[in-house]
Design a protein around this ligand. Structure first.
Ligand code: HEM
Length: 504
């Protein structure tokens, strides 16, 4: 990026800037806004100030005051990710890196460092690697995964339903995606509390993050070796056998990419949707009145709180223009779903309900568009539904303004979601997970198609391999949907809504 790039264009009046020293507007060299430190505590607010000042593409500073562009506009984000002739995800052309300005221990190095995975590749190499991943994903059966999500949700609720209290982030949202992804990848027995803890710890970047990351990667390496020796009809088996001929390292690295990409994002999505259900009266009213399905609520959340706020990064392959800014070859740009989704040109009224509209940026677009979005949606959709069916009287157990988030440039993570409900007995969990061959079938459903019916109830012995602390109860017929104990209106409305949703 050249030093001249930060020249603001458009109708900006820097004289209107707050007085020097105002902690909310602390700036770095060249008067550019920093994405870190004082003034960057609330990044969403910062993005709105930048949009006002610079328009849809704004110059910003990363840690160590490395210059980048933040793409704030919806159309500009789409243009960037859909134009591989001009923009690449290969960080090796980033001018700051080439000029030696990025120290090896830069806080964003895990995102900056190029890796031989499809998320960083382009052209034919991207096609080769991504082709193997999407082909393996195409073999995942939608109905069977939805059943598994439902059963895993029931097991998780069994762990806390007798208590009358839970933290829906730590006890539910942080577990369900890991349980499902371990099953999808072909290592259901690796799912346990230790695996969840290791993944969370690795993502938090704590002192033990490297060891935790190793723990997860070793499990994936064992899985790769098992499938190489004995290919099965699961995601990893298909990845190993794909004609692209991935090496063991490539298979393991793509399992790692898929597991972490799926895990962190889906945890955030689940937490966000559950928080919306529990705190936003408009949301509940629409659900209760049958004007919104859980699937539409998930889509609304993807607009309002995309699990990836921004993605580092895209890099200009040639001099070009974007959003009125002059972008130089080698400049780095953030793909930014969070500000892009609230661009006033596409959402003049942020309180307007998006009615299941899927043109948000949460899953990206273009050659790198998320290939796992249907699984992410299914986990949120089925998981939230299953939890609300079991605990129809669930309500927030703290004041809304006591909820806390951890925020980084990449994402915003709800720390806890304390809830209370009438204690109730554990329920049988039907069907032991099946590893039967999976018929090839895409998860995708056509845009605008009605939501799929929830999986039919099934009978089966409890799966004792899952980490349910209390002894599993003797098999017995599933009790009816628990009777509401709180105010009658809401649970009844929920049952009406769920009955309607299932087509009764
Ligand atoms: C709610 C959940 C999810 C969200 C919000 C999400 C979002 C994204 C985004 C924004 C990208 C990158 C787009 C870009 O770089 O331009 C991405 C890439 C990717 N995601 Fe997801 N994702 C989710 C769940 C999943 C799941 C469940 C899987 C796997 C089963 C998955 C696998 C991947 C992979 C492999 C890539 C890299 C694709 C490539 O570079 O070609 N994601 N995801």
């Amino acid at each position: 990026m050249t030093p001249e790039h930060p020249t603001p264009t458009g109708p900006h009046d820097l004289a209107l800037d707050p007085p020097p020293g105002c902690p909310a507007h602390v700036r770095g060299p060249g008067g550019l806004a920093r994405l870190y430190g004082p003034g960057a505590e609330d990044l969403n607010e910062l993005y709105e100030r930048l949009r006002e000042e610079h328009g849809p593409v704004a110059p910003v500073l990363l840690h160590d005051d490395l210059p980048m562009w933040m793409v704030l506009g919806h159309a500009e984000n789409l243009r960037m990710v859909r134009t591989p002739s001009h923009f690449t995800k290969d960080s090796r052309i980033w001018s700051q890196l080439l000029q030696g300005k990025v120290r090896p221990d830069h806080p964003l190095m895990p995102h900056i460092a190029w890796q031989p995975i499809c998320a960083h590749a382009e052209g034919d190499e991207h096609k080769r690697l991504r082709g193997a991943v999407t082909a393996a994903m195409a073999t995942i059966d939608d109905r069977s995964v939805r059943r598994y999500i439902n059963r895993s949700s029931q097991r998780l609720v069994n762990r806390f339903c007798e208590e009358g209290r839970a933290d829906l982030v730590g006890d539910f949202a942080e577990h369900l995606p890991m349980a499902v992804m371990c099953h999808v990848l072909g290592m259901p027995d690796e799912y346990n509390d230790t695996m969840v803890h290791a993944a969370r710890d690795a993502l938090k970047g704590s002192e033990t993050a490297v060891a935790s990351h190793e723990y997860v990667v070793e499990a994936l390496a064992r899985l790769t070796a098992r499938r190489r020796a004995d290919p099965e009809d699961d995601f990893t088996g298909h990845l190993v056998r794909h004609p692209a001929g991935l090496t063991d390292d490539e298979v393991r690295e793509h399992l790692r990419l898929v597991l972490f990409a799926a895990y962190e994002n889906t945890v955030n999505l689940l937490s966000n949707v559950l928080r919306m259900v529990l705190t936003d009266p408009r949301f509940l009213a629409r659900l209760n009145g049958g004007q919104m399905t859980v699937a539409e609520a998930v889509e609304q959340s993807l607009w309002d709180e995309p699990p990836f706020s921004t993605i580092f990064g895209y890099f200009a392959k040639q001099d070009t223009e974007l959003g009125g800014q002059r972008i130089r070859r080698g400049d780095g740009l953030f793909f930014a779903p969070a500000p892009g989704n609230v661009d006033p040109r596409v959402r003049p009224d942020l309180s307007a309900h998006m009615q299941g509209n899927r043109s948000h940026l949460a899953f990206g677009s273009g050659p790198h568009e998320c290939p796992g979005q249907d699984i992410g949606r299914a986990i949120a959709d089925v998981g939230v539904d299953a939890l609300l069916m079991r605990l129809p009287d669930v309500q927030l157990d703290c004041a809304e303004d006591e909820l806390r988030w951890t925020m980084s440039i990449a994402s915003r993570h709800l720390v806890e979601l304390p809830v209370r409900f009438e204690p109730r007995e554990q329920q049988d969990v039907k069907h032991k997970p099946s590893h039967a061959p999976i018929p090839p079938q895409r998860l995708t459903r056509p845009a605008g198609a009605p939501p799929r019916p929830a999986p039919a109830p099934e009978r089966e012995t409890p799966d004792l391999s899952t980490p349910v602390p209390a002894p599993a109860p003797a098999p017995q017929p599933a009790p009816p949907v628990p009777q509401p104990t709180g105010p009658a209106r809401r649970p009844n409305a929920w049952r009406r809504f769920l009955a309607w949703w299932r087509g009764y």
